[in-house]
Write a new protein. Structure first.
Length: 149
């Protein structure tokens, strides 16, 4: 007998015959599973290069191809039944594993840029520079900025 729970958060799924609308209920639970703590692997436009596992998701990039055509900016999640697409809504936040940042949807995805630490200049205030570096590090760790090189 298969395990009747979702891949990411082990939410219970209804068994066949348990209710008349089990397919819809299960679909809803899978969507909730993707949205409870939305984490995408990376931004991708062509799903053909992926080898997805149940519970993994990606942010659909510009000019999507194949099964993702027409789903630009959506979250594409892989389930036992194939791809599920989640249309973003304003202020939806997702974490992007590949870059370690948090993106926010505001009509389009707002993805943080790299912020460079202060350096150079004619007058160097070591204490101020250390404070700024500390604040920037905390913001990077929280995903507000992409890590610099």
């Amino acid at each position: 007998m298969p395990i009747l729970e979702t891949a990411r958060f082990a939410l219970p799924l209804l068994a066949a015959g348990q209710a008349q609308k089990e397919l819809f209920h299960n679909e809803a639970l899978i969507l909730v599973d993707f949205l409870l703590n939305p984490v995408v692997e990376s931004i991708v436009s062509d799903p053909q290069s992926l080898n997805p596992q149940a519970g993994q998701s990606w942010l659909v990039g510009a000019d999507p191809e194949a099964e993702w055509s027409g789903y630009e900016d959506h979250i594409a999640g892989w389930s036992a039944n194939g791809w599920i697409f989640i249309k973003p809504f304003d202020f939806l936040e997702i974490s992007i594993s590949a870059s370690g940042v948090t993106a926010v949807y505001r009509g389009s995805w707002q993805i943080p840029e790299v912020v460079v630490d202060p350096m150079g200049g004619q007058v160097v205030d070591i204490e101020a520079r250390n404070a700024i570096d500390s604040v920037l590090q905390i913001l990077r760790e929280r995903g507000f900025f992409a890590a610099g090189s």
